[in-house]
Design a protein around this ligand. Structure first.
Ligand SMILES: [Zn+2]
Length: 119
């Protein structure tokens, strides 16, 4: 089974837009991170502020990591659309359920393999 070109075209559009969105989020995240503020070094902030910056930096890092993982997922899905292998399970090569793909267009594994992976 293969996906009709119309659906693949839409997917491609959707995934490319998604990639752009993540890229934008990532760069705005960097701007928000107090640790990447060049003024910070000359700023004699109280240790109290320092601690706050520390925890927000950690939060930013966690968020950045998540975004990067998502970015890779979307990029892979897009590559698979381009190669014509979209929708095939990465592990067992069977077609992934379309309901699953509808809910998670970047899914690489079918429900069964995903379940096996979690074990
Ligand atoms: Zn599978």
């Amino acid at each position: 089974m293969k996906f009709p070109k119309k659906i693949l075209d839409e997917l491609q559009k959707y995934l490319s837009a998604e990639l752009e969105k993540i890229k934008k989020n990532l760069s705005s995240l960097k701007l928000q991170d107090p640790f990447s503020d060049p003024d910070r070094l000359i700023d004699n902030a109280a240790s109290d502020t320092e601690a706050k910056e520390e925890s927000s930096h950690e939060r930013m890092e966690a968020l950045e990591k998540e975004l990067k993982i998502h970015f890779e997922e979307v990029k892979q899905a897009l590559e698979r659309v381009n190669r014509g292998t979209y929708g095939k399970c990465f592990s067992c090569k069977k077609m992934i359920d379309t309901d699953r793909l509808g809910a998670k267009p970047t899914a690489l594994y079918c429900v069964e393999c995903e379940r096996k992976k979690e074990k």
